[in-house]
Design a protein around this ligand. Structure first.
Ligand SMILES: Nc1nc2c(ncn2[C@@H]2O[C@H](COP(=O)(O)OP(=O)(O)OP(=O)(O)O)[C@@H](O)[C@H]2O)c(=O)[nH]1
Ligand SMILES: [Mg+2]
Length: 308
């Protein structure tokens, strides 16, 4: 195949926690690759999602939300963001239209500006504000001192409904994909054009289980938890998966398990359904709960759990 007019490159999705970065990645790719929850700091590592057409390949990197690190895991999360910015052909800055500018937006924008990388800005969650508020925000951004926004790179969008407001018209999310391609260099495809990601199924299974924990438990539990798939056995009509939910304290064990195992049963059932949707095969999940005291603060434990 001739690739002389083919474009491909890396596009990092950057922004503070909870603005809808992972939701956007999934809408761009058309599959649920990155986990989503209403809680901040859901994404902990860089998730690659690949968008393929006959003449372009966009390699999206969904990154953790920007934060000021308070412990080792968050240090790693920040390092993933910085690494991703460095290795990109284009950055997509995402913010929440109903909460902008807020703490950290200035910091993220300054990092983007300093990186001197090309950038597209997506003001997400426009469903939460009125059209007159959109106009006010647009004027404010176009006249901002930062000099990052211009009429060509600024999009107002609702990732949930996949509606984009560009050129004063309502369009669909493809208008952003087309714009992204214009920024990419001429390259042959960098990844297999059949694949949506280069991450292994084990990783997605871990993330799916972690998403259920983010959805169903409160306070510190989601943040004190990580998941490791220990064993994946492919049988004829089903996959049998052993996974460990790691927590930080013995006292968290009864909370994770719930009365008569109800809570962990719900996590197991819903994870089995999502894993099976992804693999196209029945999934049987066995979950274990183990304690590694203060794992979030220990480099060795982080390494062991895959945060490298
Ligand atoms: N109303 C509304 N909610 C949205 C939209 N996009 C995402 N959300 C919601 O915002 C919350 C956070 O979405 P995520 O995609 O997990 O956000 P994120 O930026 O990846 O968050 P972190 O991984 O924690 O940095 C979820 O509850 C989403 O359903 C949108 O366009 N409108
Ligand atoms: Mg995310």
């Amino acid at each position: 195949m001739e690739f002389s007019n083919f474009k491909s490159g890396f596009v990092s999705i950057i922004g503070k926690p909870n603005v809808g970065k992972s939701t956007l990645l999934n809408k761009f790719i058309g599959e649920k690759l990155s986990i989503i929850s209403p809680k901040p700091q859901t994404t902990r590592s860089n998730i690659k999602g690949i968008y393929n057409t006959t003449d372009a390949q966009i390699i999206f990197i969904d990154t953790p939300g920007f934060l000021e690190p308070r412990y080792e895991l968050q240090e790693k999360m920040l390092s993933y963001i910085i690494e991703s910015i460095k290795n990109s052909d284009l950055l997509i800055y995402v913010c929440d239209a109903s909460d902008f500018p807020s703490e950290y937006d200035d910091k993220v924008l300054n990092i983007i500006k300093k990186s001197k990388q090309q950038c597209i800005c997506i003001i997400n969650k426009t469903d939460l504000i009125s059209s007159s508020q959109i106009t006010i925000l647009k004027d404010k951004l176009l006249s901002s001192e930062l000099d990052i926004f211009n009429n060509d790179n600024l999009f107002f969008c609702s990732a949930l409904s996949e509606k984009v407001y560009a050129d004063n018209q309502q369009q669909n999310i493809n208008v952003i994909l087309q714009k992204i391609i214009t920024y990419l260099p001429y390259n042959p495809p960098l990844y297999d054009q059949e694949n949506l990601s280069d991450l292994p199924m084990r990783f997605f299974a871990q993330e799916i289980i972690r998403e259920k924990i983010f959805l169903y438990y409160d306070k510190e539990i989601p943040y004190s938890t990580t998941v490791v798939v220990e064993k994946w056995s492919e049988e004829e009509n089903r996959d049998v998966i052993q996974a460990t939910i790691w927590i930080e304290r013995d006292s968290q064990k009864p909370i994770i398990i719930g009365k008569q195992g109800k809570m962990i049963g719900k996590v197991r059932q819903e994870s089995e359904m999502d894993i099976s949707t992804l693999t196209g095969k029945k999934a049987v999940l066995n979950l274990w709960v183990k304690v590694k005291y203060d794992w979030r603060k220990k480099n060795g434990a982080l390494h062991e759990f895959g945060y490298k």
